[in-house]
Write a protein of this length. Structure first.
Lengths: 934, 245, 296
């Protein structure tokens, strides 16, 4: 018997392929969704793979994306609008019709709008339509709107915008093709999940060096050639020490500093304007021209700015900077112990940076013209690149640390150059081109302007005359002046405390605030259910839109069930968080590739369309025609027909009546069809002569105007010395009319330093009693709370351990199978531990959001996620301990209000083997039945 | 047919680059997704939302800690699937003839129509590359995506295994080891690709590329100071520095 | 390896059954009439129950018949064929004994040889597996055949059965002792299994999956060391020492043989449970589950 069976080598793959955008995380890869028609003739998703033509993922998918099919069929999907019948948190709901649901919402919201619009607080989590939800909130007129950026990584965004006019996050990326040395600070996964992996793959292929700076050596840091297991919260020191070494050796890009940064500008030395950038009669900053020794316009043609100038007693930013960091306080020997890194390694790293940046410099044979009108016959490049994310941003010193990292990039001359870090359109974009925060309300009227923005000085703070906060989250106050993304993590605590004031209706979208996205989750659950003396809930009404049976659902009074990502239209817009590449602006859509079906139930609706419907019922001007009829049929209609600025709408591609206009043009009724035709996305390519040096590149500036990012060219200088910050520091020193409360003066003087600085993270105050740092990482195969409902993913990672470094493991006599009691200044948990050697010796950690509450996500009450799985959140307080002045400020970065998740300090003790983690909460009654078969 | 072909025309297999694999598990679910609707019975999951879920996967990614004689501990991610051995014990033990190695390309497959689910082949495989499907009662294993690599219904570019196509870092490579000039052969040769447990005599086709040396202190000569700042002071430093321009 | 009851029962019963058939075939017990019917019936019964039990272990029995096809390479296939061949070849002998037809018995010798060969093939199914070092040793067939012949001898009421049984004890200790060393001798570790020993000491950081799977259930069976010691004593006591004493000390009455057989059977089942439970598959290395018993 030597016959091989005949097998069909060319089986048909599917009946049809529909190209849309993944949404199992915010990376937004292109996917090919294969459909087969089932027995009932209905289309069923049979297979999902990456779209090869897509700019983000180029065909690959991550573990989540490839499991999408388990997400659209998950038993945890909500099926109908729900109204709470039992006590809040009891999870007792009744299914109601959409009309009832919408009417209820309107009955709650309308009176508020007519009397006190701020009593509606609308906050969104994983929202990817913030330009839309923000537009809605503005039309409603409440100042209380923000997305999740405040508890996510606003430090990254703000530090980047204020310094280089662009940020890490997914707003830029290394020049993967040309970089020779890549240094990664505090990244486990990031939003750019697949692009970073693809990029790392390219570096590995070329045998380039990758260095990981991270207390934990997993994932990207595991494949890094060098691992620097830094002590959490000390990156700023390490970076400033590297800057010190480079300055001492004179290994800095003077030409770059002189031409493209504010290093040559003069800093006022004395008087009321002390620390401001010196201005000329036309109140323009100026430089001293090396050719003449005389003042010259900062953007003057042929001007050669002098970094060493002293004029009218005022010295250049460069001199202030150099003097600051040349100080022995920043010598490797001085910072080594604190950072947990040997001085010689710091020296070696500095040497390697310099060596690659200067000795291995590259040149692109590409002529270009700068904003001064000077022409350059080529584009020199310094092939050193960096990426950083929450490892530095999720600390209370994260803003300044991120600024420090940008400064390091700048002195090496490696931002927006070949081989360096490249921003993605619409970035680079100067801080000045962003709006300031708007917060002025009037009953029945829209808000004075967009909620979120970039503060220039104290005059922009969102404060009442009496100094109290206008916003419920206290964003844009002296506590956190630059809170450009709002402070979602403070909404529930503040609303509960009635500080600054009480609200009536809390409207949440796509944020699991009763669990993994809150600090101190247990307390938050109590706040949500707490009643006042009158027996009324302290937070009277809660409306929530989720697509799945999450923990948060149980705490709402009204549930507006959303569709899953394959069942609706979405718009990944340049007005928001686009999918651009450094060489091309990009935006994309999702469209219903399958019909939402929830047989036997009222069904689900796309939240954005529901929001428009509510807008109409509330009579919000931009959503209704004069005759009161809806202006937009649904969200798809909005995507096509909404006009933000003349000729500019949510999507840049296929504009104009005949669909051949890019960036600007009238609405095109066939735009969505064109996007579908094109694979779900559109790209506008940056011309070659505009591809680098973008902030200063005349060709890029013109292209950016043409493509609708700006109305006029916006060239600018990188901001080493931050004038807005100095304004706050000056105010803290008593300068100016708008003055901070006294208890914040000292904090402001330190935190608002106009030059990048380092101070110990606030969490370190507890270091004496709580010697260990406790942090979390994103698992590459899970997305926050929502991956565990996925039948495939939960088999890979159905429980989490607290990983303990060797020293601590031995000291406590831990054995495999042990649990440990972990205590922080604000809480205690008992959790399973495991040993990890490749870990900073004073750090413990676990995977984020694996722990689940019993009864949620359609999982069995005995699911390991709900028994052994756990969250660190119970240990993290949203408020810092009283510093002796009776006041407790939020556990956030004092500059931006970024939640300081990773400041957490703990101590740990062995409790031996046990069956389940603590705290364990009562099971949530189910809003959908427990999942059975897949 | 259970006896092994004397030789195979091609030797198709995978190169897995342990220096590049970040352990993202993408290849695990890419494989699950394709084979859940591809060759033979689907890959069932028992108790998928319960306390003890257990499903069939053809590719698993482990994560190991490695402590070198000196220097920091390392974490190395390690994908594990069928190695399509040339002397495949899983094939010769099979009593029904369901397990076989294709003469044309060396792919080791299970003919599910003939499999009686005795599990002996899984016992015989040293690498844990076979998992019996609890619903279908037949043995499942990596097919090297035999239903993709020759599939006329797929665009040329997609005629490669789902795990290779899906791997975000490009740590997985597919090709013919019989051809010394093929990309996989040259890559494996260049980077010292090795086979798993060669002394068991299975002669695996797949190769693993060892991680590159890590944590080598850079011998880049430490930076020399411009001059003695203590002596000259800041002004001296500045003059020397700017004098250079 | 997971000690699946079906396989344990199968191999023990069929082993004893074919053992008895061998003695009957050779004619060391030569009965006739209903006695012959009972004894041959016992032999056939055990063998067949055993084979049926084996099919319980199949996840997809409807293809079981295909198992006869691969005798060229597969010991399992050979076993199936040998077993059936034995039963067929011995049938006329059994018939002639039962109905006292007085047919020539030479063919019985062939049948006996086949019976022993069948048990040998069974042992080879395990012995051939390199991935389970404990099994992959010539002592393994010796052990299977020893069980077959002693068990058979008891059932065949052989006077020397007691001494044969007594011989099992040292044999078992020796087999276990050899077995305990095999994994170590193959020098396979997590380091060699992954090839990462070229870098340093390898340990598991995270399991590939927190959920269960077929490999963990089927190939990675963890049994406590003290358990093993206790069971080894029980196995030796019941399979060997106990029945041996019975047969040596008590008069050779069929009832005594019966008691000895039952005692031996239980001991044999225990020994066979250990045979699986102690056996470690190299795949366990990938899961960091190597335990090793140096208790022999
Ligand atoms: N300890 C610790 N806590 C953390 C962090 C940490 O690092 N450590 N990270 C913080 C950060 S950065 C963030 S961003 C937050 C993230 O935390 P969250 O913003 O809460 O994110 P998720 O839990 O993923 O999802 C929020 C909700 O969105 C729902 N959802 C999913 N898809 C849809 C949909 O299509 N429509 C609707 N309407 N809802 C949907 C999910 O069911 C879930 O209930 O966690 C924060 N919490
Ligand atoms: N697969 C997957 N992808 C995701 C998400 C997800 O849940 N799953 N969430 C998305 C969201 S909302 C966000 S905000 C991004 C966040 O993406 P990341 O920034 O990668 O967020 P984390 O996983 O919290 O990783 C923080 C990293 O910083 C390290 N770290 C902690 N403290 C320090 C420190 O002081 N110094 C240094 N150098 N490192 C430190 C931690 O060890 C960890 O590796 O990921 C996005 N992408
Ligand atoms: S990274 Fe993964 S989950 Fe996120 S969008 Fe891309 S494929 Fe989907
Ligand atoms: S997909 Fe690639 S990088 Fe991810 S685990 Fe698999 S082999 Fe490793
Ligand atoms: S890896 Fe295992 S299953 Fe694959 S061919 Fe080799 S022995 Fe057979
Ligand atoms: S399980 Fe199937 S393929 Fe494996 S040996 Fe048994 S019959 Fe052959
Ligand atoms: S080759 Fe195909 S079957 Fe094999 S592991 Fe990769 S995806 Fe799975
Ligand atoms: Mo985030």
């Amino acid at each position: 018997m030597t016959v091989q069976p005949k097998i069909n080598l060319s089986p048909p793959v599917s009946d049809e392929v529909r190209k849309t955008t993944c949404y199992m995380c915010a990376c937004r890869c292109g996917i090919d969704v294969h459909l087969k028609s089932g027995p009932d003739g209905k289309d069923r998703v049979s297979y999902i793979e990456g779209n090869r033509d897509h700019p983000i993922n180029k065909g690959v998918l991550c573990a989540k994306g490839a499991s999408g099919i388990m997400q659209v069929t998950a038993p945890s999907r909500l099926r109908a609008p729900l109204r709470r019948v039992g006590p809040r948190g009891s999870g007792a709901f009744e299914e109601i019709s959409w009309d009832e649901a919408l009417q209820t919402a309107v009955d709650w919201m309308k009176p508020l709008r007519e009397t006190a619009p701020e009593k509606l607080a609308f906050f969104t989590g994983r929202d990817q339509s913030q330009s839309f939800t923000g537009w809605w909130a503005q039309a409603y007129g409440t100042p209380n709107y923000a997305a999740h950026g405040g508890f996510c990584s606003v430090n990254m965004a703000a530090a980047g915008i204020y310094t280089i006019g662009g940020a890490f996050w997914e707003f830029g990326q290394p020049d993967w093709e040309r970089t020779k040395l890549f240094v990664l600070f505090g990244v486990a996964e990031d939003h750019d999940s697949n692009p970073i992996k693809i990029g790392l793959g390219k570096l590995k292929e070329r045998g380039c060096r990758v260095i990981g700076v991270n207390p934990i050596r997993t994932g990207y840091n595991a494949v890094a050639d060098d691992w620097i297991g830094i002590t959490p919260g000390t990156d700023g020191l390490l970076i400033l020490s590297l800057i010190h070494c480079l300055l001492v050796a004179g290994k800095i890009d003077l030409d770059y500093l002189a031409k493209f940064t504010n290093a040559p500008l003069l800093v006022v030395d004395t008087g009321p304007d002390k620390g401001m950038i010196a201005k000329n009669a036309e109140s323009q900053p100026f430089v001293i021209d090396r050719r003449t020794g005389m003042p010259a316009p900062w953007d003057g043609r042929g001007v050669q700015p002098d970094l060493g100038a002293v004029y009218g007693g005022n010295r250049t930013v460069f001199q202030h900077m150099a003097e600051r960091y040349l100080s022995p306080d920043y010598a490797p020997e001085a910072v080594a112990d604190r950072c947990g890194i040997a001085a010689v390694r710091i020296h070696a790293l500095a040497a390697e940076l310099a060596q690659v940046a200067f000795d291995q410099a590259i040149v692109l044979d590409q002529p270009w013209t700068d904003f001064r009108g000077d022409t350059h016959e080529n584009m020199p490049g310094r092939p050193v690149s960096f990426h950083a994310m929450r490892g530095i941003s999720a600390h209370s010193n994260g803003f300044q640390t991120a600024r420090a990292l940008h400064l390091l990039q700048i002195i090496l001359g490696t931002v927006e150059v070949p081989g360096g870090y490249r921003l993605k359109p619409p970035y680079p974009k100067p801080m000045e081109a962003h709006p300031t925060p708007h917060f002025v309300t009037a009953p029945g009227k829209p808000l004075s302007g967009p909620h979120l923005g970039y503060v220039r000085g104290p005059e922009n703070l969102a404060l009442h005359e009496d100094g109290t906060a206008v916003r419920i989250d206290k964003a844009f106050t002296w506590e956190n002046p630059f809170s450009a993304h709002g402070m979602m993590h403070m909404v529930i605590p503040n609303a509960h405390a009635g500080n600054p004031y009480r609200i009536d209706t809390l409207f949440l979208y796509m944020a699991n605030m009763a669990w993994n996205s809150s600090m101190n989750s247990a307390a938050v659950m109590d706040m949500l259910t707490d009643t006042g003396p009158d027996g009324e809930y302290v937070i009277p009404r809660i409306i929530y839109s989720d697509a799945y049976a999450s923990e948060m659902v149980a705490y709402a009074d009204l549930i507006l069930p959303d569709t899953t990502y394959l069942e609706r239209h979405d718009c990944i817009s340049l007005l928001d968080r686009p999918i651009s590449e450094p060489g091309a602006a990009g935006d994309s859509i999702r469209w219903p590739v399958v019909e939402p079906d929830r047989p036997g139930h009222a069904g689900v609706r796309p939240f954005q369309s529901v929001l428009l419907d509510l807008g109409v019922r509330l009579g919000l001007a931009p959503m209704v025609n004069p005759d009161g009829s809806p202006k937009f049929k649904d969200y798809a209609d909005y995507i096509v027909n909404h006009i933000r600025r003349p000729g500019v709408g949510p999507l840049m591609g296929f504009r104009g009546a005949d669909g051949n206009q890019e960036g600007r043009g009238d609405a095109n009724p066939n735009q969505l069809a064109a996007y579908v035709e094109n694979g779900g996305f559109y790209q506008a390519h940056v011309p070659d002569n505009a591809a680098f040096y973008k902030p200063w590149n005349a060709a890029y500036q013109d292209w950016a105007v043409k493509t609708s990012f700006f109305e006029t060219p916006q060239p600018y200088l990188f901001s080493i010395w931050s004038e807005p910050m100095r304004k706050f520091q000056a105010a803290a020193e008593g300068v100016g009319f708008v003055q901070p409360p006294d208890h914040l003066r000292e904090q402001l003087k330190v935190a608002m330093d106009p030059l990048p600085t380092w101070y110990p993270p606030f969490g370190d105050a507890a270091a004496a009693e709580f010697p260990l740092h406790a942090i979390t990482q994103r698992p590459m195969d899970m997305y926050h709370s929502w991956g565990s409902q996925n039948a495939w993913l939960r088999q890979i990672r159905g429980k989490n351990y607290l990983y303990v470094p060797t020293k601590v493991w031995r000291a406590n006599g831990f054995e495999p199978g042990d649990y440990a009691r972990v205590t922080s200044p604000s809480g205690e948990i008992t959790v399973p531990v495991a040993h990890m050697a490749a870990l900073n010796e004073n750090t413990v950690w676990t995977w984020n959001a694996i722990g689940k509450r019993k009864g949620a996500w359609a999982l069995d009450n005995c699911a390991t996620e709900a028994t052994e799985g756990f969250l660190l959140n119970h240990l993290i307080s949203e408020l810092l301990p009283d510093r002796g002045d009776g006041r407790r400020i939020s556990n956030s970065d004092p500059v931006t209000g970024q939640a300081a998740w990773f400041d957490l300090r703990v101590k740990i003790e062995r409790v031996g083997p046990q069956g389940h983690a603590e705290p364990s909460f009562a099971p949530l009654p189910r809003v959908v039945p427990k999942g059975d078969k897949r | 047919m259970t006896t092994l072909p004397a030789t195979t025309v091609k030797k198709l297999g995978l190169v897995i680059d342990l220096d590049t694999c970040v352990g993202c598990q993408a290849c695990v679910t890419a494989c699950k997704g394709w084979n859940d609707q591809g060759y033979g019975a689907l890959l069932s999951d028992q108790d998928p939302y319960g306390a003890n879920p257990s499903g069939t996967f053809l590719n698993r990614v482990h994560s190991y800690a490695v402590q070198p004689p000196e220097g920091a501990a390392q974490i190395i991610n390690f994908p594990r699937s069928c190695l399509h051995c040339e002397d495949a014990p899983c094939v010769t033990v099979c009593p029904t003839g369901a397990s076989y190695k294709r003469a044309e390309d060396g792919i080791v497959l299970v003919n599910e129509d003939a499999c009686m689910g005795c599990g002996l082949c899984a016992w015989a495989c040293p690498y844990g590359a076979r998992e019996m499907d609890a619903d279908a009662g037949v043995m499942k294993k990596c097919t090297l995506c035999v239903d993709r690599i020759y599939n006329d219904n797929l665009p040329e570019a997609d005629r490669e295994p789902a795990c290779v196509r899906g791997c975000p870092t490009g740590a997985r490579h597919f090709g013919d080891f019989a051809d010394p000039g093929s990309a996989v052969s040259t890559l494996s040769a260049a980077r010292g690709g090795y086979a798993l447990m060669p002394d068991l005599g299975t002669r695996p086709t797949n190769r693993y590329l060892p991680p590159r040396k890590k944590d080598m202190r850079q011998d880049a000569s430490l930076l020399a100071p411009l001059l003695d700042i203590q002596a000259t002071g800041f002004a001296g430093w500045l003059d020397r520095l700017l004098g250079k321009i | 390896m997971h000690p699946a009851p079906s396989v344990i029962v199968f191999s023990v019963l069929s082993g004893m059954g074919f053992g008895l058939l061998a003695y009957l075939g050779v004619g060391l017990v030569h009965l006739s009439g209903w006695l012959a019917f009972m004894w041959w019936g016992l032999g056939y019964g055990l063998a067949i129950i055993g084979l049926l039990a084996a099919t319980l272990h199949l996840a997809n029995p409807k293809n079981a018949l295909k198992a006869f096809s691969q005798w060229r390479s597969s010991w399992l296939s050979r076993e199936a064929i040998a077993a059936v061949a034995t039963l067929v070849v011995l049938a006329p002998v059994a018939l002639s004994d039962w109905l006292t037809l007085g047919w020539p018995r030479q063919i019985g010798l062939l049948g006996a040889a086949l019976a022993v060969f069948t048990v040998f093939t069974t042992s080879m199914i395990y012995t051939q597996i390199k991935a389970v070092p404990r099994w992959n040793h010539w002592s393994n067939p010796v052990m299977f055949l020893a069980f077959c012949l002693t068990g058979g001898a008891v059932l065949a009421l052989q006077p020397f059965a007691g001494y044969a049984l007594a011989g099992l004890a040292p044999l078992l200790w020796w087999v276990w002792h050899i077995g305990d060393q095999q994994f170590g001798l193959r020098a396979q570790t997590l380091g060699t299994a992954t090839g990462l020993d070229r870098i340093g000491d390898v340990t598991v950081f995270e399991q590939a999956h927190t959920a269960g799977n077929y490999l963990l259930r089927e190939m990675i069976f963890v049994v406590a060391r003290k358990h093993v010691v206790r069971l080894r004593l029980i196995a030796v006591g019941l399979a060997s020492v106990g029945p041996a004493l019975l047969l040596v000390l008590l008069p050779h009455h069929p009832v005594v043989f019966g008691a000895a057989a039952l005692c031996h059977l239980v001991g044999a089942l225990a020994a066979r449970w250990l045979f699986f439970a102690q056996a470690e598959h190299v795949v366990g290395l990938y899961y960091g589950k190597r335990q090793g018993f140096d208790v022999g």
